[in-house]
Design a protein around this ligand. Structure first.
Ligand code: SF4
Length: 435
């Protein structure tokens, strides 16, 4: 008989939808309701593709893996961590907060560097926030109040598929009863994306010219004359019109993503955009929100900040936390060959880091904690499979706007598999024994 588990939280993107219904038959997931295609795939394929059922080890990366028990894999990983001069412990954004907390303790214990996917994602946003502030609102406030929504360098139709229907554009809110009809939507993107196709105004900015466009908008807002017919490829008249729309909003939210964090200027563009929001607040009520990617990337930054004072790229090599992205983030260490051992958890740098970082990952001992076969496990010396958080294990995750939501366990953990938290606490115990 099919059982329906309600109010399940989707462990995929930072929208962290908590209205998913999962259909379970004989202990297996057979369908979902309400989830988008990506969320549905996460639930439906949790057993699919290549899922490991036991830890694997090999001395040489060219050898075949041999099955081992968790005890052996944990002991060998602990030895590698203890013997390393500067271990890098990376990933974390698809793990729950308790496992992340244990991870911070492990990083401190082995005098390593602790980093999460923020360093290749919204890390530049965090740098900007540290410079000029964080004028944000929750997604609920946008849903209930926003009559003006900007997506800057962000394509939620593909990356956060239910964001617009749950919160930002189509949702009917307390003061926005007619949903989409009560809101104006502006998209800034060099491409005519599926999100841009739905916009009232599409500012088709030239690639890497976002900083110029933000600066021109701030100048227009302050009443300066822009002495050029075009700004970043956009007619100056259109820039004035967009600024007027924002200035006359009752409540606005600017959502931004990789189009700005990864284009020329990086954190300086966001820094400038935050100041645009501050400027707009002299006329109306405006907020901004990074479209955080993984469902718990925000959680790691929260946990790391509570414990160490810093959100990512935290270096414990001197026995106390230091923070200097550009020096202490994963790609800095890998591309400069400064780390001699890497532990990867709940992430796939083998697929998502640049070639130069991979060239170093191939040379050093690499341990990967992941339920499935990935390009990273292909480069590893040790693979430890885990139970899938948000499907087989509960825990806390932080939505993109910092609202914590409790993930639900839907089916049982396959026999013999440990959770991320169990593996990390096993590593902590083993490392303490070796001291
Ligand atoms: S929008 Fe994101 S959180 Fe919501 S169902 Fe889709 S993938 Fe999951």
């Amino acid at each position: 008989m099919v059982k329906v588990v309600k109010n399940v939280v989707c462990p995929f993107c930072g929208t962290l939808c908590d209205d998913i219904e999962v259909l379970v038959e004989d202990g297996h997931i057979v369908g979902t309701r309400n989830a988008c295609r990506i969320g549905n795939a996460k639930f439906m394929h949790y057993e699919g593709s290549v899922r490991y059922d036991s830890p694997l080890m090999r001395e040489n990366k060219k050898d075949e893996f041999k099955k081992v028990d968790y005890e052996t894999a944990i002991e060998e990983t602990a030895r590698l961590l203890v013997e390393s001069k500067l271990p890098l412990i990376y990933g974390w954004s698809s793990a729950e907060c308790h496992a992340q907390q244990l991870g911070v303790l492990l990083g401190e214990k082995v005098n390593g560097v602790l980093d999460n996917t923020a360093s290749v994602c919204h890390g530049p946003s965090l740098l900007a926030v540290q410079d000029v502030g964080y004028p944000v609102a929750t997604l609920g406030e946008t849903k209930n109040r926003a009559d003006t929504v900007l997506f800057w360098g962000s394509n939620p139709m593909h990356a956060h598929p239910r964001h617009m229907s749950r919160y930002s554009v189509f949702a009917r809110g307390f003061f926005r009863e007619r949903g989409r009809k009560d809101r104006q939507m502006i998209v800034v993107d060099p491409r005519k994306t599926d999100t841009a196709k739905l916009a009232d105004v599409h500012l088709q900015v030239e690639p890497h010219k976002d900083y110029e466009l933000v600066s021109a908008m701030r100048a227009a807002l302050k009443g300066f004359k822009i002495e050029s017919d075009y700004v970043a490829g956009i007619p100056t008249e259109t820039v004035y019109e967009a600024v007027d729309l924002c200035k006359n909003a009752q409540f606005g939210t600017l959502f931004f993503s990789m189009g700005v964090t990864m284009s020329r200027g990086k954190h300086r563009i966001i820094d400038n955009a935050i100041q645009l929001i501050v400027d707009l607040n002299a006329h109306t009520k405006f907020s901004l929100m990074p479209m955080r990617g993984h469902y718990n990337v925000n959680g790691f930054n929260q946990v790391s900040t509570w414990i160490t004072g810093y959100p990512y790229g935290v270096d414990f090599s001197r026995g106390y936390p230091r923070y200097n992205p550009g020096e202490t983030a994963s790609n800095d260490l890998l591309q400069r060959g400064e780390t001699d051992m890497m532990l990867n958890i709940a992430s796939d740098p083998g697929a998502h880091f640049p070639q130069k970082a991979l060239e170093h990952m191939v040379k050093i001992p690499l341990v990967c904690i992941d339920p499935h076969q990935t390009p990273t496990t292909e480069l590893a010396n040790i693979v430890m499979p885990t139970a899938l958080t948000g499907v087989e294990v509960s825990g806390t995750a932080y939505r993109m706007d910092g609202v914590p939501i409790e993930l639900r366990k839907v089916v049982d953990v396959p026999e013999g598999l440990l959770s991320d938290a169990e593996i990390i606490s096993g590593l902590l115990k083993e490392v303490k024994k070796m001291e």
